[in-house]
Design a protein around this ligand. Structure first.
Ligand SMILES: [Fe+2]
Length: 156
């Protein structure tokens, strides 16, 4: 399989969207991106098998993260909410498509495709759409913390 030519991604302060819990989610997603990179670069069958857990983790964490992000945008009265939700809908559909492809033929699953998708999502979506709510979410920590707490309580 074609190898990804990239170094491991490191979190940079410039990626921050100014909301701690969302930054933490983005760091987890970046970690998954690095896992795909490592899997792609490994030759062993065992490590190739690890792609399955990354894919399923990506699916569940993406849902979880988008739900959180949408809730926090909503409680802060962010005016771009609907637009942003639409973008999340498209990304979710793409994740589902990748998973379908994996389910149909796990052996020939292309981790490069998965990597490219995740890389452009994390670099473009975060840098543009997520960054857009940064100023709107400022000085709303009380609202954000309260909503996030009930979000997490409802999930666990
Ligand atoms: Fe987003």
């Amino acid at each position: 399989m074609e190898k990804i030519k990239s170094d491991i991604w490191k979190w940079e302060d410039s990626y921050s969207v100014g909301v701690k819990v969302i930054d933490e989610d983005h760091k987890i997603l970046l970690g998954l991106l690095n896992e795909v990179l490592e899997i792609n670069n490994s030759e062993t069958a065992e490590e190739q098998g690890a792609i399955k857990s990354v894919i399923y983790e990506l699916m569940s964490y993406t849902e979880y993260h988008f739900d959180r992000e949408e809730l926090l945008m909503e409680v802060c009265g962010y005016p771009g909410l609907n637009n942003h939700k639409r973008a999340h809908g498209l990304l979710k559909a793409q994740v589902e498509e990748l998973i379908d492809g994996y389910k149909k033929n796990a052996k020939s699953f292309n981790s490069l495709l998965l990597y490219n998708f995740m890389e452009s999502w994390l670099s473009e979506h975060i840098a543009t759409m997520d960054k857009d709510y940064e100023s709107w979410m400022q000085n709303k920590n009380d609202i954000i913390d309260k909503a996030n707490k009930s979000f997490e309580d409802g999930r666990h």
